[in-house]
Structures are given as C-alpha cells and as structure tokens.
Design a binder for this molecule. Structure first.
Ligand SMILES: [Fe+2]
Length: 435
C-alpha cells in the first residue's frame, strides 16, 4: 500500500513531524508490574486515581497490592466523574497538592486518565482553568514544564489516553468538552493489561471499540502533516500535527484488528484472543491519534454529547443519562466520511479495505460510500444507535449542534477538507438516520 505520496512536500508546509511516546508494557498480568515500575521512577508515595465503580475492583486491588509490595505508600482518589469537568479536575488537583505525592498511578478508562493528566497540570502550575487550552475558548498558553511521573493503566479498550498527550475536559459553564494538548501530560508509562477488559459488559466494549475505530479512521484520513504550516521552533510543533507515516502505520493495524475482532469481542467475554486484540488496537490507535490528531467525528461528538441529554445507555455501569463517548463519535462518522472522501478518496478506500470493506472494484467516486457502508454494517452488527436519531436528536437540532461544534477549531482544521459551519450543519443533517 503506497502512502508516502500523501505526504509530498507542500509550499510552506511542515517539513517534519515528531513522535511522542511513553514507555509501553502490554500483556496479560502486566498490571502486577505497576509497583516495581513506580519504584523505578522514584515514587515513594503515590496517588492512585480511579473511579467509584472501579474502586472496589480486582484491578485496583491488584495495583494497590503491587505498589505496597514495592514499599510504596498509596492513597486512592476515586472521586473521578465520567466525563471530567473543570470542577472535578480542580478537586483532583487539590487532592494532589495536599497529599505530598511524588507520582500518580491512574487505573481506569479515559475519564480517569484524563483527570490524572489535568490534575497534574493544575496542581503543579495553578492557573485560570482555560489558560492552557487552545483559542477560541482558551488562553493558548503552553503547559510550562514537566509534571510528576504518571503511570497510566487503562481498563477499557478504546480511549488510548494512556499513550497520548491529550486530555478531554468539559467546561461546566459552556457545557461542552475541549481538549488540553501538551507533551508534558503524556504519561511516562502505559501499562496495558488486557485482563482488565475481561469484565467489561458488551455495550462498553462496543462503545469503546467504536471510539478506537474512529480514532484510526480519523488519523488515516486526517489532513497530511505537510499541509500544516512549517514551524519556526521545535516547541511550536503541535501534537495535533496531521496524518503522517507513523500514525498511518498504527491506524492501519488498528483498523485490521477491529475488523477481525470487534463483533467477536462483544459476543464472548472469554474470547481472550479477540479482547486482547481490541486492547492492543486501542493502544495502537492512541499511538496514532496522539501524534496526528483526530478530526470531524471527534470535533462533532462533543456537541452530540452536550445536546443528547436524555439518552440512557444500556448496561453501562454507574451511569445515568449520557451518550458514551464512542457512540457520540460513531453516530456522525458515516456522514462525515461521505463528506471528507471527496477530497482524498484513495486514503478513504485504503482505510475501508483495512476495515474489511469489499472495495475491490471501487473507484474513487465510491470512496465515501464504501467507508460509510462498512461503518454502518459494524454499527448494525453490534447494536449501535442509528445515527443522531438513535440518541434522541433530529434535523431540528442541526443548527445548534453546528454552532457548538464549530468551536473545536483545531480538530476541524485537521480534516482533509476546508470545513465551515454550513458544511458541519449539512453533516449533522445527513447523520440523523442511516438505515
Ligand atoms: Fe475518542
């Protein structure tokens, strides 16, 4: 598969990309290593971040036992809310400031790891909350410097947060999520133990699986890094830097694994081959989007989760009404890729082939439909909501959704097409129902 011509030099465009990665340990039983790894990082007193559902789980017990066996004093912070907010992150930062810790262990899904990242920033470099976020809502100030050591241990197979310098936090006053991006919030180590997802209900595996699927699809179809402006000094190179050969490598493999294992991983929790595969794919997709950035499905998802307030996900632990992140992403994906494929059809066809689409006879004009059809097929196979209508939204909501989504400026600019509020409204209108 030829990819490099996608990155051919562009006048005034970036001439290089940078890969940022933590040390990664992957495998069943890896969580037992957390104590020795924390000790090797110089930790003596660690804050263990988790959520209320996981606080009594065998995973957290395993991490605590490992830490104590290494002689590390650990205090638990479990007051993490699903979809962390400025308020919940600042409460976590206060816990760090008062506790005299020399490191953080996070054991949980994206909300837990993202809370730990945010808490490390605001405990070390206190500031008005919007300071470190990008304009138009933020001050655009870089996180000033390194934070304490952070070992991230995911318990779901989707977020990829364990290998990214990104943290998604909801601003309560604006009722919408924004992304904090800095290489300083990249965890020092990712400890990925697929045994942690053995106990996940199928609905969570489905939602997180769609999250990872979309991470990979978005990375592969993102604007090429050479189409972003060249930077004058190394600190100015953003983490959301566009598609590049590194993100391609991981996105392609993640898509192949989703194709092979997503329905299988849902159907049978004892299918370790499938669930281990999804766990690995989530980390791979994280390695991809942490170094390229996502684009429209994620940019639009924050408006979906903001407005679909009456959706109650089935079999979701510890939750009320909300749209799980992976579902908020996937409900617009077919509509998005029908739109973006017109700019870079070959990339879309390559991604669709990795995802198992029958695209042997497809021509470039078919690309959007080929990607959309394969995603819709997977959505139906695993019981995802049927577009925006499936989470309680309609064409009448398209204006408000577009007005909210347009604030996600960087992610929108990472799409392969120039996209304004009118195009986003059209994408929402075409995302109401797919079958
Ligand atoms: Fe995501």
């Amino acid at each position: 598969m030829v990819c490099c011509q996608y990155f051919s030099p562009f006048d005034g465009g970036a001439n290089a990309f940078t890969v940022e990665m933590p040390r990664v340990t992957f495998g069943r039983g890896a969580l037992h290593e957390v104590g020795a790894r924390a000790l090797a990082r110089g930790m003596r007193r660690a804050a263990l971040f988790t959520d209320t559902v996981l606080a009594d789980s065998s995973h957290v017990a395993c991490a605590l036992t490992s830490l104590r066996a290494a002689g590390i004093d650990a205090a638990m912070f479990s007051d993490v809310r699903i979809e962390p907010t400025d308020t919940s992150v600042l409460a976590a930062a206060a816990f760090l400031q008062e506790g005299g810790f020399d490191g953080v262990i996070s054991v949980g899904g994206g909300s837990v790891m993202d809370t730990a990242k945010g808490a490390l920033v605001y405990s070390r470099y206190p500031a008005e909350f919007e300071t470190y976020f990008a304009p138009p809502i933020g001050g655009g100030v870089p996180v000033p410097g390194p934070l304490g050591p952070h070992l991230a241990c995911p318990t779901t197979s989707g977020t990829g947060s364990e290998v990214t310098g990104l943290s998604v936090i909801r601003f309560e006053a604006l009722e919408v999520k924004f992304v904090l991006a800095s290489r300083h919030i990249l965890p020092d180590e990712a400890i990925v133990d697929p045994a942690c997802i053995d106990t996940l209900p199928p609905t969570v595996v489905a939602s997180t699986g769609f999250d990872l699927l979309s991470h990979a699809l978005e990375c592969y179809t993102a604007r090429a890094y050479t189409r972003w402006a060249k930077v004058d000094e190394i600190g100015a190179r953003p983490m959301i830097q566009g598609a590049n050969p590194w993100s391609d490598l991981h996105a392609r493999e993640a898509l192949r694994i989703v194709n092979a294992y997503l329905p299988r991983g849902l159907a049978d929790a004892a299918d370790h081959e499938a669930r281990d595969g999804l766990s690995w794919a989530a980390t791979l997709a994280g390695m991809a989007f942490g170094n390229s950035g996502t684009h429209l499905p994620h940019a639009l998802s924050y408006a979906v989760s903001q407005m679909a307030r009456d959706f109650r996900p089935r079999d979701y632990p510890g939750s009320g009404t909300f749209v799980p992140h992976g579902l908020s992403v996937i409900v617009t994906s077919p509509s998005v890729f029908r739109y973006t494929a017109r700019e870079t059809p070959e990339r879309h066809l390559e991604a669709a082939l990795c995802l198992g689409a029958d695209a042997r006879d497809a021509v470039p004009d078919d690309a959007g439909e080929v990607v959309a059809a394969r995603v819709i097929e997977l959505m139906r196979e695993v019981g995802a909501p049927n577009g925006l209508g499936g989470v309680g939204l309609s064409t009448r909501d398209a204006d408000a959704l577009a007005d909210s989504a347009i604030r996600q400026r960087r992610a929108i600019a990472n799409a392969p097409r120039e996209t304004g509020v009118d195009e986003i409204r059209d994408i929402f209108q075409q995302a109401v129902s797919y079958w």
